[in-house]
Design a protein around this ligand. Structure first.
Ligand SMILES: [Zn+2]
Length: 496
């Protein structure tokens, strides 16, 4: 097994001392079924792993909830002064259409065949889309974004360790984990294995000893060459879905690490299997200190997807003229462990709240020239403590957001106090308030893609010494109330 040698470095928010209220952080651990204190394995450092997307289609807004909540978690940990290493993965191979039963088609391969493209093209396209969606929602980029296909040797090494430890058996279509070899298997999710055995659909994979046994390595069927396959000690094939997260999290965060997150739908199978194979391979318990899971976003079942003809994603918000950060605000209105109902009416209400918050923040910011140091401790300490202690209490984002909204609206606060607070809160809220524009002002040159493209066109004309064309574009912009000023750093567009 790879030990700590391959571990990545840690990042730290050194901008400020830890705010009041963040002295002790408590988080809900699925394994212990309780809110527990965060006790980093190495003082001052926290490693976090989040299960990422299977990249064969757009991600719906519900999936983005499982990216948003660890983003708030990570921002809070950074604000508390901890060094944070944040890893999320890309599943570009091994995730089957019937992943509960190790059966069906590989999702990325199926999409590639359907669209007549390579598996790599499909994965690259949807990875880029997902990364852009994350950015639009205000999520910080991961420190490492490993892909399953690029970590096959690590996965094979882990399966070999499990094989040597007597945790596997081989059948026609692959190498399987033997859950009977890991007595704690049912503990993590509180499963009833006898019931599973009685009701399990063993017919999906012939010769599996127990329905909960899961594939570690799937062999390519005889005579079939898959789009993505690798040689292995067991023959050509591809890794099972679960092994990638164990192999990659251990590679980048060490054999034990602090926090693993994902959606609640991962608890019974994917995370149960990650625990079984990691603890069996490493001979340790517990492998991960705290497991955090977010609840579903209720998209109203069939109704909403049917009306749109596809699942609802960040692109749909943009197409409707809704700022993706208004969805971030909407997400923050519910606790991550609560199911949240989605409708466009609820989102519009959140968008109004979001615009109000930004408007007040921008007014305060501009009144003090962006100075974040002007807060009077006698005034700002209490709301700061209220905000950060809400987040320190198992990420109570709705309560923290309520503190921020109240501060934004409070007329009795001086602009210096208001901006000092909102700039501080924004380290966790992630709205980018320091660079935000007044939402009621007309579109600025920089934020309007049409004007940006006209500016680029004018610049190209100037470089080609086509001054007539450059002047024509300048006049066109002027007619729309935008003045172009050429500076040593390039042209700048200003509203006149
Ligand atoms: Zn995973």
């Amino acid at each position: 097994m790879r030990g700590r040698a391959g571990r990545i470095g840690f990042n730290r928010d050194v901008s400020d001392a830890p705010p009041p209220g963040l002295e002790s952080i408590r988080l809900h651990d699925t394994r212990r079924r309780a809110v527990v204190p965060l006790e980093p394995l190495e003082p001052g450092k926290v490693g976090v792993y989040t299960c990422g997307p299977t990249v064969y289609a757009p991600q719906h807004l519900g999936n983005m909830r499982s990216q948003l909540f660890p983003d708030v978690l990570r921002r809070m940990l950074l604000a508390s002064g901890l060094d944070v290493a944040y890893v999320t993965n890309i599943t570009d191979v091994g995730h089957l259409t019937d992943d509960d039963h190790d059966a069906g088609d590989d999702k990325v391969e199926a999409a590639a065949r359907r669209e007549g493209r390579s598996a790599e093209e499909i994965a690259a396209h949807w990875t880029a889309q997902w990364a852009e969606d994350r950015r639009l929602l205000g999520c910080l980029d991961p420190d490492v974004l490993p892909t399953a296909a690029a970590h096959v040797p690590e996965q094979i090494a882990m399966v070999r360790t499990l094989e040597a430890g007597g945790h596997t058996y081989r059948i026609d279509d692959g190498v399987y984990f033997d859950v009977a070899s890991f007595p704690r298997y049912a503990e993590f999710a509180g499963l009833d294995l006898d019931e599973l055995e009685a009701t399990g659909r063993v017919e999906n994979v012939a010769h599996k000893r127990h329905p909960a046994d899961f594939a570690l390595w799937k062999l390519s069927p005889p005579g079939v060459r898959r789009l993505q396959e690798w040689d292995s000690p067991w023959g050509p094939g591809f890794p099972g879905w679960h092994i990638e997260c164990s192999a990659m999290s251990i590679k980048y965060l060490g054999e034990r690490f602090d926090i693993h997150t994902g959606g609640v739908d991962h608890i019974r199978v994917h995370h149960t299997n990650e625990v079984a194979q990691s603890e069996s391979a490493l001979g340790i318990h517990p492998w991960v200190s705290i497991w955090m899971h977010n609840e579903f976003l209720d998209l109203g079942g069939e109704k909403l997807s049917k009306s749109l003809g596809h699942t609802l994603g960040v692109g749909d918000l943009v197409a409707r003229g809704i700022d993706p950060l208004a969805f971030r605000y909407f997400f923050l209105q519910a606790h991550y462990r609560q199911q949240q109902s989605f409708s466009f009416e609820l989102l519009e209400a959140a968008a109004t709240g979001y615009r109000r918050l930004v408007k007040h923040a921008v007014a305060a910011r501009d009144a003090v020239g962006g100075d974040v140091t002007g807060g009077d401790p006698a005034v700002v300490d209490e709301p700061r403590r209220a905000f950060w202690s809400a987040l320190a209490d198992d990420l109570n984002a709705p309560q923290a957001l309520a503190v921020a909204s109240t501060v934004a609206r409070r007329d009795d606060l001086a602009a210096a106090d208001r901006w000092a607070l909102l700039a501080d809160f924004d380290r966790a809220l992630g709205f980018g308030l320091a660079g935000a524009a007044d939402p009621d002002a007309p579109a600025t040159a920089a934020s309007d893609p049409r004007i940006a493209s006209l500016l680029a066109e004018r610049e190209a004309a100037r470089e080609a010494r086509d001054f007539a064309a450059a002047d024509r574009i300048r006049d066109e912009l002027k007619a729309e109330g935008i003045e172009v000023v050429d500076t040593p750093a390039g042209p700048v567009a200003r509203l006149t």
